[in-house]
Write a protein that binds this ligand. Structure first.
Ligand code: OOB
Length: 554
């Protein structure tokens, strides 16, 4: 049974996935104990000077699961999880799986706008924060949101300096709980239903507000197992989590879960900067890691200056945004490892090049779907499949692709076909050998250095700034970030400059990575014959700021 307000797979499809051994009835929360039995004192996690064995990890997870129950968290409760790449992220995510609560994976860069929305939409009972992180006080934000949302009754804090301890010592309302106290003698827990939601990922979003993607135990266990197998992971695998762990790419493609499942070691990097990651690759003899193209470019630049020993690195996975073939071609000669292109989405479908693919396919395609049960269609604007080799929108369904966003019936009616295919909003073609070539998008988002920004979300915020009467946001190509955020604005009176606009959006609590990189005032926005803002015209104009604005009154 799936949590309410989710869309389950049709019963016959689910039965087939079980019969065919795709869904094995695995409860993610039970994995760490099984790993501890198989891999015992081998190293599971490395973070800074800290090293944790599989047994230690499983013990900590059991204690934290019991601790959450003691703190009043119940099976089915949603808990927004916002932690950086620290061992506690892994402990807490698995402790929540173990006791049946459902973490909602948030980015550490999320601020008031995003967190309030996530807490409200998910009806979260708890919010797990790092305390003060990179100068931002997440605990204070938690207090503010709890004051607005009665459903939020616990803010769990990693860094217990000050605030949390004070309150735990007596005078508070029990809202703020140090994570150090989420620790109790383990007791038997029933375990979760494998067909139920294990956690929520965030969608890259095409709508003004981010959507929640329910991922079930069965579907995610299948995804991680399949990708780990495809890459031939084993006990000698050392995976570097360079990107944030809450990113689906890092968490399970094969990432953290795939590596641990095969008895490998996960090294948590605090951030993806080249210098730090190169030192970790050398020190820990890292064999596999995954980055977005912008990070890959930084690493190549740093490589020219660095004498770090990267010889242990066998495969660099690159995905999350379009990888320029020129950049792809530099990976093996300059970093000395194989390149694996990954096209993926939090919603499910993953395509990857295979270890034995020829060089040309590795450089120029995004590979094949990871599962034989992935169904992929390329359709024209009427929804009809195009002939092989033709370009169109990519549609997909399969054993680890969602059937509906959480609590979003209206959006779901548009985002899925009647027979359950998810409309990815990506434009792609299929080679005769069945490899995907991603060519563009029809969805209204900007992909800035791998971060996904829904144009509608930024537009809605800009429209609330005094002086602004209309706003349209489009991507503009950028050599370094892939794309940047370009805002066209209409103003009746004053025209606040970019710095003022950015400050206003920050003040409203929008995450920094969504702030426009450039703003241009125009007399009006161009419209399509149907009266919608013509984003094609705007994107072309953004790419060439000196070209005449043809739609403008002369
Ligand atoms: C990954 O997941 P999301 O959910 O942050 O973003 C998904 C979207 C895709 O629909 C596509 O528009 C874009 O990101 N994308 C790519 C790409 N990989 C993702 N566009 C062009 N080339 C690629 N290789 O980004 C994600 C999830 C799991 C693994 C890897 C990436």
């Amino acid at each position: 049974m799936m949590l309410e307000d989710c869309t389950p797979w049709p019963a016959a499809t689910a039965a087939r996935y079980r019969r065919e051994g795709i869904w094995l009835g695995t409860d993610l929360g039970s994995l760490p104990r099984a790993w501890a039995r198989a891999y015992g004192t081998d190293t599971a996690l490395v973070a800074g000077e800290q090293r944790m064995s599989f047994r230690e990890l499983a013990d900590r997870i059991d204690r934290r699961a019991a601790g959450f129950v003691r703190a009043g968290v119940r099976p089915g409760d949603r808990i927004v999880l916002q932690l950086p790449n620290v061992p506690e992220f892994v402990e807490i995510a698995f402790a929540l799986f173990r006791m049946g609560a459902k973490p909602v994976f948030s980015l550490t860069s999320h601020r008031a706008q995003e967190i309030r929305h996530l807490c409200e939409l998910s009806g979260a009972k708890g919010y797990v924060v790092p305390g003060v992180f990179r100068g931002f006080d997440h605990t204070a934000l938690g207090r503010r949101i709890a004051a607005e949302l009665p459903s939020l009754t616990k803010v769990f804090v990693l860094d217990t300096d000050g605030d949390a301890d004070q309150e735990a010592d007596g005078d508070g309302d029990g809202l703020v709980v140090p994570l150090g106290r989420v620790d109790a003698e383990p007791f038997p827990l029933p375990g979760a239903d494998p067909s139920d939601v294990a956690f929520f990922l965030l969608s890259g979003g095409t709508t003004a507000l981010p959507k929640l993607i329910p991922r079930t135990h069965d579907d995610y266990a299948y995804q991680t197992r399949t990708v780990a197998e495809l890459l031939g992971l084993g006990r000698d695998t050392v995976y570097l989590a360079a990107l944030p762990v809450e990113f689906n790419f890092t968490w399970g493609c094969p990432g953290v879960i795939g590596t641990l499942s095969r008895g490998g070691t996960v090294v948590l990097a605090p951030d993806p900067t080249a210098d730090g990651c190169f030192r970790l690759i050398e020190r820990e003899r890292v064999t596999l890691t995954s980055v977005v193209p912008t990070v890959a470019r930084l690493w190549l630049e740093e490589r020219e200056w660095s004498d770090a020993d990267l010889s242990s690195l066998r495969v660099l996975q690159i995905g999350g945004a379009r990888l320029e073939p020129e950049l792809a071609a530099r990976i093996t000669p300059e970093l000395g490892c194989r390149l694996q292109q990954v096209f993926g989405m939090a919603e499910g479908l993953l395509t990857m090049s295979r270890p034995d693919d020829d060089d040309h396919s590795v450089l120029h395609t995004q590979g094949q779907p990871v599962s034989e049960s992935d169904e992929v269609l390329i359709v024209d604007e009427h929804g009809h499949p195009v002939p092989r080799g033709g370009t169109g929108e990519l549609l997909t369904r399969g054993p680890y692709t969602l059937r509906g966003y959480y609590r979003a019936p209206e959006h779901n009616a548009r985002a899925f076909t009647a027979d359950g295919f998810y409309r990815t909003g990506d434009v792609a073609a299929m080679t005769p050998e069945g490899r995907l070539v991603v060519q563009g998008r029809i969805k209204d988002i900007v992909i800035r250095g791998g971060d996904k920004i829904a144009a509608g979300e930024v537009e809605a915020q800009l429209a609330t700034v005094p002086g602004i009467s209309a706003a349209a946001v489009v991507p503009v190509p950028d050599e370094f970030m892939g794309e940047r955020i370009y805002a066209f604005l209409v103003s009746r009176g004053e025209q606040p400059p970019l710095t003022v606009l950015k400050a206003a959006l920050q003040e409203r609590g929008l995450a920094d990575f969504k702030l426009p990189d450039r703003a241009e005032y125009v007399a009006r926005l161009p419209l399509t014959p149907l009266g919608k803002v013509d984003k094609k015209v705007l994107a072309a104009a953004a790419a060439d700021p000196t070209a005449p604005r043809g739609w403008e009154p002369s």
